[in-house]
Ligand binder design. Structure first.
Ligand SMILES: [Cu+2]
Length: 386
């Protein structure tokens, strides 16, 4: 009898152990669960808000932005082909007032790089950053759809998948259905000197696992060329990176930096209580926005011309995802929050950002105000992250 009851309680303990979530003792698994809960609340918020809507952004009209690895091979090729299309069309910049300042911008794709280049000092490390980049990704998604026959939504790169080694992921594995591989490994080379701007100055960054032209997949030198830059790292291209400089796309996947893309970094970010703290954590040197760019490196080290690498759009869709999910945790309190000024690191010192602050999209879209950018399901926007 005693043995039986001991056995029973032993079994009960074992069941308890087995029933415990696998996250116990594993901070990254626990963080994944936290992110999932934040996303659940976001999805519910969107569906509850759109439930009664008859006009504007309705449930029917929602564009569903999906993670790259969840797309079928056909869906991924459709997206890649639309990028080729945009990169093969003549741009508007050569016949615009910006032509003499940015003579290197030739294609429709270059128009998007040029718009970012021209606005760079006003839309990074400040109160306009999130709003500008939300519309910027939207305009790109719209161009793919309206000018290149793409039917789906802008995909995103979930950084937390394969942060241990991004080279092994569906995004970077170099297959025809990836966003292209790492750059060719160049073993002996000095670290790249990045121009971080007035606040930080010029700094070397760690050498990664690539360094040369993208080696495999859809964006190798024979299939894809970039034209502008470098402007944000040494040595600069002609005319400070504004001249025509056709060349291969370069990458240098850096595993030390990808360490900052783990689930606990994202969960910590989503747990911030106000937009000021959220923005500081997002954009800290070890924050996920910087880490997304700097773990890919190559052209992702060039703050002016970073959109030259098509991975930029998947990274910024994910950056927008975290902002969107964060906003939805307390829509009433968070949608209208504004912080900071309208110049990068407030240099030169500028006025505070407000909901009336203007945003300029040069040749790719009409001017907007920050207030137009705060909701992903109002104004020009109607999308949901799956
Ligand atoms: Cu940017």
């Amino acid at each position: 009898m005693k043995l039986l009851s001991t056995l029973t309680s032993l079994l009960a303990v074992m069941t308890l152990v087995i029933a415990l979530p696998p996250s116990t003792g594993n901070p990254e698994a626990a963080a994944r669960k936290e992110i999932k809960d934040y996303k659940k609340k976001y999805t519910k918020y969107v569906h509850d808000t759109l439930k009664m809507r008859k006009t504007g952004c309705t449930k029917k009209k929602l564009l569903v932005r999906k993670e790259w690895s969840t797309l079928s091979k056909v869906e991924r090729r459709n997206y890649i082909n639309a990028i080729y299309c945009l990169a093969s069309k003549p741009g508007l910049t050569p016949s615009s007032p910006y032509a003499s300042y940015l003579p290197g911008a030739r294609t429709r794709y270059d128009d998007f790089v040029a718009a970012h280049h021209l606005q760079s000092d006003y839309i990074h490390n400040d109160g306009l950053f999130l709003g500008f980049h939300r519309y910027y990704v939207h305009l790109y998604e719209q161009a793919l759809r309206q000018e290149c026959g793409y039917r789906a939504a802008q995909p995103y790169w979930d950084w937390t998948i394969g942060w241990e080694d991004p080279r092994q992921t569906a995004v970077f594995d170099g297959s025809p259905w990836s966003m292209g591989s790492n750059g060719v490994f160049i073993p002996v080379r000095p670290p790249t000197i990045v121009n971080f701007g007035a606040e930080i100055g010029d700094q070397p960054v760690a050498v990664g696992t690539g360094g040369g032209c993208v080696e495999k997949g859809p964006f190798t030198a024979d299939k894809y060329q970039i034209h502008l830059g470098p402007t944000g790292y040494e040595p600069h291209g002609p005319l400070d990176g504004r001249g025509y400089n056709p060349r291969c796309l370069n990458r240098d996947i850096t595993l030390e930096v990808a360490q900052n893309l783990r689930p606990s970094n994202v969960a910590g970010l989503l747990g911030q209580g106000n937009l000021f703290n959220f923005s500081l954590v997002l954009d800290a040197p070890a924050g996920v926005h910087v880490a997304g760019h700097f773990s890919v490196a190559g052209m992702q080290l060039d703050i002016f011309n970073g959109p030259s690498d098509p991975i930029f759009w998947l990274h910024h869709a994910m950056t927008d995802l975290v902002w969107t999910v964060w906003q939805a945790q307390d829509a009433k309190g968070r949608l209208e929050q504004v912080w900071g000024t309208v110049t990068a690191f407030d240099f030169p010192p500028s006025e505070n950002a407000t909901l009336d602050s203007p945003l300029n999209f040069t040749t790719i879209g009409p001017p907007k105000r920050l207030s137009d950018m705060i909701s992903s399901i109002d104004g020009p926007f109607c999308y949901i992250y799956e």
